[in-house]
Every structure is written in C-alpha cells, then in structure tokens.
Write a protein that binds this ligand. Structure first.
Ligand code: ASP
Length: 359
C-alpha cells in the first residue's frame, strides 16, 4: 500500500454515500479530461508475496526484462500517435505470449488440467466494453474481448460460444498443448494434491515431465493466485483504454470465472480514469474494485488516495492483490501484497519498472 490514509471510524459510510452520489452522476460518459497531446501507460503482470531475497537474480532479471520490453512496445505505439486501444492490445499480446505471466501462453491450470482464459477491455470515451470468460482455445483472449466490443452487440461471451465468435472473427485458435508450461502444471499438481483432489492426466501433446528451477517453483507457490496481466493506456487524442487478461487462479474449479472479465471489478475505464486489477478475484468482484476507484476519484479524491482507499477496503474484507491505473493521465498503483510486477511511463517521463512494494 503506498499511502497511509488515516481513515477514521464512520468514514467508510461517508465514502459509500459519496460513491452512490457519484454513481448517479456518472451515468453518462463525460467529455475526456485528457486532450493535451500527452500520453501515458501503466502495466502490471500480477501481484503477490514477492519478496527481495526470496526471488533469485535470474528470475528477477527475467521479469524486469519482460516488463521493460512490453513497456517499450506500448511507448512506441503511443509516442508514434497510435491509439490507446492498439497499445493495450499489443502490449497484452506480448505478455500473453510470455510464459512468465498468467495469461495466454503462461496461463495457470484448472483442477481438471485445462487452461481457461478470461479477458476484458474497456474504452473510456464511450464506455464501450468487451469481455470473455472460460475460453480454452484462443491464442490472444484480449483480442477476442476487443472483437466482442467492436463487432458484437454484447459485452461478455463465454466458453464455446466465445470460441465460435473467435472463428467468425478469424482470430487465431490454438489447442490446449499450446499453453503447456511445466511450472504451471506442477503448481497445479501441488495445489490439487493439497486439496485432496485427483491429479489430472497431462494434456495430450504436452512434453515429457522436465525439472523446473527450484527458484521458479518457490515463486509459484507464493504467487499461485496471481500473475494476471493488465494495461492501461492514454493516447495523444485523449482516449483512455484499460484491459486485463488472465488464466485465473491455479486449480480453480467448476468453470470458475474471476474478476478479470467483469467490467467494474477487474477492468474499468470512464472519463479520465482507467484501472486494471490483479489478485483474489472473488474479493475484487464483491467490492467492484476497478469502478469503485474511478467513482471515488470522481468525488474529488486524489487518484492515489482513491486507489489506496479501495485497497484498504479490500484488506478489510481479506482480499489481496493490487491495481494499476491512469487517473487524470497520471500513473497510479496500489497493492496490499509485498510485490506487484509493474511498469509505467508518461510522455514527459522516464520508464519505471518495479517489482517490490518499496520501489
Ligand atoms: N484476478 C485473477 C482472478 O481472480 C487472478 C490474478 O490476478 O492473477 O482470476
């Protein structure tokens, strides 16, 4: 958590009242606040118990390099006058293809040994949004979410229907073996054994078991609920877009869907506020974390204070994780975990890449 907000008893009720008022006044999208030609971007790659000294140097370097590369790709698009929508999609593609992160190729496994992706995207200017849940065979779920927004009359599609729509849209399909990574598989095996459930068969087409570096496994055990990726970008025209994509939680059951594809919980963008979240999705859904931060910031609270306040409320209900946001064009992050993979840059600033909460 970044700021200490010194909340006083009773203040939570006042916040809820203010939120209700903001909800009513925020019904119609307002004009964009950002139109000065500046751009900004902020990215996360998941939050969790990530502590110095518990992460080996190679692993830390790999994460920092991946975050820098993704940031650089976003910067190129935005500095070159590209759209926030393209920046979010392209950066998400890079992270979805990187097995370090729990999205696309590096997704975690369900307790049945399948990968089921969730993703969403939202544009601030007109509050258009698209989302997908439980998708098992699309290479880039973020693009499917974008296609739902741009080419369907709906906001959220799930499972086989979403895959059929992906075919109609000509999006790249993959089979389950595409997602196979030994580290994610072994993390799921540990989890189902701990839950007393049967260990599923290795997926068809998966390679023979191979050793996973011990440092990696330790990290997986600690961050097993996190690793989702998210991007919020503001382009030179003032458009603001937020997107989030994930494999969900390790060993999830019964078609579980988390906060990531829920507009207002894992992703939100309206007016000059865009948020992407990562953490225990069930809690983010209950608190409508992403929308709550934006609505609070509309009551006049500083963006950082709004984010910190909502993360405090998340702590109160025993949820954990973090958020990244652009509020009034400024990068904001907040977490109640010891680390969050993150990176940001504004048009007039230097790149920022960080993992631990004190960076
Ligand atoms: N929020 C995601 C979910 O609950 C998990 C994550 O952030 O890694 O599905």
């Amino acid at each position: 958590m970044r700021a200490n907000d010194n909340r006083i008893p009773g203040e939570t009720i006042m916040i809820r009242t203010a939120l209700a008022a903001a909800l009513m006044s925020a019904a119609a999208p307002a004009a964009l606040a950002q139109d000065d030609g500046g751009w900004s971007i902020i990215i996360h790659g998941g939050a969790g118990v990530i502590e110095r000294g518990q992460m080996d140097a190679d692993t830390e370097a790999a994460y920092r390099e991946a975050l820098s590369g993704a940031l650089e790709a976003g910067r190129e698009i935005l500095a070159g006058g590209g759209s926030a929508m393209d920046a979010v999609e392209q950066v998400a593609w890079i992270l979805e293809d990187d097995p370090l992160f729990n999205a696309g190729r590096g997704s975690v496994y369900t307790s049945e040994g399948t990968v089921e992706n969730d993703a969403s995207i939202m544009r601030a200017s007109d509050m258009q949004a698209g989302a997908v849940g439980g998708v098992m065979n699309v290479r880039h779920p973020i693009s499917l979410a974008r296609a739902v927004m741009e080419h369907s009359p709906h906001v959220m599609l799930i499972a086989d229907g979403a895959s059929a729509f992906a075919d109609e849209q000509g999006l790249e399909r993959v089979d389950q073996a595409f997602y196979f990574t030994e580290r994610r598989w072994q993390a799921m095996v540990r989890a189902v054994e701990a839950m007393g459930l049967p260990v599923p068969e290795r997926p068809e087409g998966a390679p023979e078991p191979e050793p996973v570096r011990e440092g990696m496994l330790d990290i997986l055990d600690r961050e097993k609920r996190f690793g989702t990726i998210g991007v919020v970008a503001l382009d030179q025209s003032g458009e603001l877009v937020a997107g989030t994509t994930t494999g969900g939680t390790t060993a999830k059951r019964w078609g579980r869907v988390g906060d990531t594809p829920i507009i207002g919980a894992g992703t939100y963008a309206a007016n000059d506020c865009g948020v992407s979240a990562t953490g225990t999705g069930e809690y983010f859904i209950r608190l409508s974390v992403a929308a709550r931060i934006c609505l609070l910031s509309e009551t006049g609270l500083d963006g950082q204070a709004a984010a910190d306040r909502v993360m405090d409320e998340l702590t109160d209900i025993e949820g954990d994780g973090g958020i990244v946001a652009l509020i009034g064009g400024q990068p904001v992050w907040s977490m109640n975990t010891s680390g969050m993979y993150r990176a940001s840059q504004t048009h007039d600033g230097e790149p920022y890449v960080a993992i631990f909460d004190d960076e």
